[in-house]
Design a protein around this ligand. Structure first.
Ligand code: HEM
Length: 183
């Protein structure tokens, strides 16, 4: 499988980043919906919060790499016979997902950086991830983070429904373009 994208298929780097980021985001949405409601006295709350932050920061790094890789590679086209309005929906939702995979973890990082508590982020308990300069306040970034995360909770199922529509209703090659070992 070629490393770079071709005119018809995503390459191995784009596929690897797509599926790894997708899996990490699903895990992190689940963690984000779970750990904040645990009682303060529960020791797993601290651990899960650190894992949530570490996974999120990993997503941020991978997503920046993914956007840069996207900019220097050809993008396999949608089927020529696809309805123009649906193409617009597909491309717009894909663009919004690119924005979200960077903006969600960035807003989380800004949130913890703006906290008055000044708590460190032990990245997978290996080293302390640095904070950003304090911009705005914690509550504002928390609202932004929650709002953006919920946008992903809405958009990701739409994106998956689109992929399944291509695979099982239109029966075209769009999902295969992003599947390893299908050419
Ligand atoms: C893939 C990236 C990320 C996703 C998908 C994600 C998702 C979420 C979700 C769904 C919530 C719960 C929202 C709600 O209360 O309804 C949440 C909360 C939270 N996230 Fe993230 N997050 C990500 C990255 C980060 C990063 C990088 C940080 C910090 C470095 C972070 C820090 C937090 C914190 C502290 C909360 C709890 C906020 C509260 O106490 O209500 N997140 N996240």
């Amino acid at each position: 499988m070629p490393v770079r994208n071709t005119a018809t298929h995503y390459g191995s780097v784009a596929m690897f980043l797509h599926w790894l980021i997708a899996a990490l985001i699903v895990v992190n949405i689940a963690l984000g919906l779970y750990f904040p409601d645990l009682p303060r006295a529960d020791p797993s709350k601290f651990t899960l919060a650190q894992i949530h932050k570490s996974i999120g920061l990993t997503v941020l790094v991978l997503s920046v790499a993914r956007v840069l890789w996207r900019l220097v590679n050809p993008v396999p086209p949608l089927p020529a016979d696809m309805n123009g309005a649906l193409k617009l929906v597909a491309r717009t939702s894909q663009f919004l997902l690119y924005v979200l995979i960077v903006a969600i973890p960035l807003s989380g990082w800004l949130m913890v950086s703006a906290s008055r508590l000044g708590l460190p982020t032990p990245y997978f308990f290996l080293f302390d991830w640095p904070n950003l300069p304090k911009i705005g306040d914690h509550e504002m970034w928390e609202d932004v983070h929650v709002y953006l995360a919920w946008s992903a909770i809405v958009l990701v199922p739409i994106h998956i429904a689109g992929a399944l529509y291509h695979q099982f209703i239109r029966r075209d090659d769009v999902l295969k373009q992003m599947m390893p070992g299908t050419r």
